[in-house]
Design a protein. Structure first.
Length: 299
């Protein structure tokens, strides 16, 4: 079990992951990304993640960890393109996995968390302008976990983290809304080996956040949240989603429906899939090049 500190300050807040939905959409034909973690070049992006709006412009943001340890942020634009990059940190993030959990400390601004190579979980409080302040350690032992920042899963007004351990068990780590965690994570599922899990927002429009899962055969499944961190039986809502590395958990174009970004790690191309809400996406739109992890680097 990963350990989560249950302290830190500030008032509670609510944040809703905007609704990601998916059904029947098919990614463009392309090479599946190679899962090669070795031999990272000086300019590759070792991690890309989406975050709910960080800089207050109404559009979700893309976070990227460059292999030299820099952390960058791009805001989406009204034209459904990526805006200019913003350097959040020139160094210090090498080997980190970053996440956009929404407002974690209750000050009204969405924050960033990361897991460093030693498994420490760090909170970077938004400075109110889309930058990050000093980091605060909020947990340890997170290396073996896959984290899914799925918003408030138990409907208590505070954002939570879902995490999958090496045995494929799914845990709900409940946020306090003040920067920390409630004392004990809750087991909410098992059997999540070889399945990619994504924040989905409220697919069912019942006020409870849901999740999407992509199985190894590329089929897409929706799990409706019950409001206590557990989920109903899976419903198949699409196929053909296996080719790309995907990021979810943010409404990029500000229409209230969460969207998805896909990276073709072989070419470095970045694609945007506008969410229609309720279970489908628009066709892929190329929004960036040079985003490969190990090649085709962005200058
Ligand atoms: Ca933004
Ligand atoms: Ca905050
Ligand atoms: Ca919660
Ligand atoms: Ca959207």
């Amino acid at each position: 079990m990963a350990h989560a500190k249950s302290r830190l300050s500030r008032a509670a807040a609510a944040f809703a992951v905007a609704a990601v939905a998916a059904a029947g959409a098919t990614f463009p034909v392309g090479d599946a990304p190679a899962a090669d973690a070795a031999a990272v070049t000086a300019c590759g992006f070792t991690d890309l993640q989406l975050s709910p709006d960080l800089d207050g412009d109404g559009y979700g943001d893309l976070l990227g960890v460059r292999s030299d340890g820099a952390l960058l942020r791009w805001s989406f634009t009204a034209e459904s393109t990526l805006g200019d990059s913003n350097l959040l940190a020139a160094s210090g993030f090498a080997g980190h996995k970053v996440y956009g959990p929404g407002d974690w400390n209750g000050d009204g601004y969405n924050d960033v968390v990361s897991v460093d190579p030693s498994g420490l979980l760090w909170l970077y409080v938004n400075d109110g302008k889309g930058g990050i302040g000093p980091r605060l350690e909020i947990g340890h032992g997170w290396v073996p976990f896959r984290i899914i920042p799925a918003g408030d899963m138990n409907v208590d007004g505070a954002n939570d983290l879902l995490a999958i351990d090496q045995q494929g068990r799914l845990w709900l780590y409940m946020g306090t809304g003040r920067g920390g965690f409630k004392p004990q994570p809750k087991p909410v599922g098992q059997g999540w080996i070889n399945i990619e899990l994504y924040a989905a927002g409220d697919l069912a429009k019942d006020g409870v956040n849901d999740i999407l899962a992509i199985r190894q055969d590329g089929t897409l499944w929706a799990y409706n949240g019950r409001g206590n961190g557990t989920f109903t039986v899976a419903r198949n809502v699409g196929r053909g989603w296996g080719a790309f590395e995907l990021e979810s958990g943010a409404d990029l174009n500000g229409d209230g429906r969460a969207d998805i970004v896909g990276r073709n790690n072989a070419t470095g191309d970045l694609f945007y899939y506008q969410g229609n809400g309720g279970g489908s996406f628009q066709a892929a739109k190329l929004i960036g090049t040079g985003f490969g992890a190990t090649n085709n680097c962005k200058p």
